[in-house]
Design a protein around this ligand. Structure first.
Ligand SMILES: [Zn+2]
Length: 330
């Protein structure tokens, strides 16, 4: 009898806890996705290393998505409203890992993700989930419309798989000396201004196309040339010798595997770091959040492939020339 009573009390406490938990989720489960309560509701988070950086990141996209979601609900039209609500949370809270580093959310990759699932422009969150489900189906994943860890890892492996495969170090005759005016730092010494020849030609064609396209946001002179003060799409870094890379690594020994690679694609002369805003080559989430919002970066995401360039998804500034054939094949 006593045992039964204890059992009842335990059940009641468990029920009360559950009710409290559900109430907490219901109260916080609407709108902005960045509260700790929601993070806890979503999954037990191991750690939150970038909390400060995330908080300083622009909140506007979350607000916009929240409104889009409300709109979709009002219409009652979207079958993917539940997936959209989940995406709104995971966008900032999904816990995953890359390069031995814990990562949080996939909001930094939304331009690349939108391109991958062919959902360009200001689509509502429901439309995003629907387009994602079609991509998941093509990729033989569960077509849930939810951008979960499995889906994100699949996308990462596609981005990584599209990168430069030809890793041979550039021979001196394959390199040309680019003019200082192409560089973010016009005082960059000659020894650090070499680019593989085809890559450079493709880069110049790409920048000319960007200048001719107002959506790139590049500032022009009255004659239609890129304004001398314009820094966007200037080259921050191109060919690096293994010796120079070793010096960079020695200067920042804690940059990790996702940082300064031992076997860098910059050895080929076909990798370009281009200025896309913020601190030129700095991986903090708060910096990358600035970079992925700039018109120049978004223009690259939409157009660089036409010129044979593929992104390194993790570094918005890093683009690799895989060749015109590969670029045109799609
Ligand atoms: Zn790079």
């Amino acid at each position: 009898m006593k045992q039964k009573k204890t059992h009842l009390v335990v059940s009641f406490v468990a029920l009360a806890a559950l009710v409290g938990f559900v109430a907490l989720v219901a109260r916080t489960g609407y709108g902005r996705a960045q509260t700790e309560a929601q993070a806890t509701a979503a999954r037990p988070l191991a750690l939150a290393p970038e909390r400060r950086a995330d908080e300083s990141a622009p909140a506007a996209p979350a607000e916009k998505d929240a409104h889009a979601h409300v709109h979709a609900d009002e219409k009652g039209a979207s079958l993917f409203a539940a997936a959209a609500a989940r995406n709104l949370l995971l966008k900032y809270e999904l816990s995953w890992a890359f390069g031995g580093k814990q990562q949080r959310g996939w909001h930094l990759y939304t331009p690349l993700i939108s391109r991958m699932i062919a959902m360009e422009g200001g689509a509502s969150a429901g439309d995003f989930a629907e387009a994602l489900s079609l991509w998941q189906k093509r990729s033989r994943l569960q077509p849930s419309g939810v951008l979960d860890g499995e889906t994100l890892y699949r996308m990462v492996s596609e981005w990584q798989g599209a990168r430069l495969k030809h890793k041979a170090h550039a021979r001196p005759e394959e390199l040309l000396l680019a003019p200082a005016t192409d560089f973010y730092d016009p005082t960059r010494p000659e020894g650090l201004r070499h680019v593989e020849r085809e890559t450079y030609a493709a880069y110049k064609r790409m920048v000319a196309a960007a200048a001719a396209d107002p959506t790139s946001g590049l500032r022009l002179t009255a004659a239609g040339d890129i304004a001398p003060a314009e820094l966007f799409l200037k080259i921050v870094s191109a060919h690096r010798s293994p010796e120079y890379q070793a010096r960079l690594r020695a200067q920042s020994p804690n940059s990790g595997r996702a940082g300064l690679a031992v076997n860098s694609p910059h050895f080929t002369g076909r990798a370009l770091d281009l200025y896309v805003g913020g601190e030129p080559v700095e991986t903090r989430d708060s910096n990358r959040a600035i970079q992925v919002q700039t018109p120049a970066y978004r223009w690259l995401v939409r157009n660089a492939e036409r010129f044979g360039f593929r992104p390194y998804y993790y570094e918005p500034w890093h683009w690799e020339y895989v060749g015109a054939a590969a670029g045109a094949a799609k």
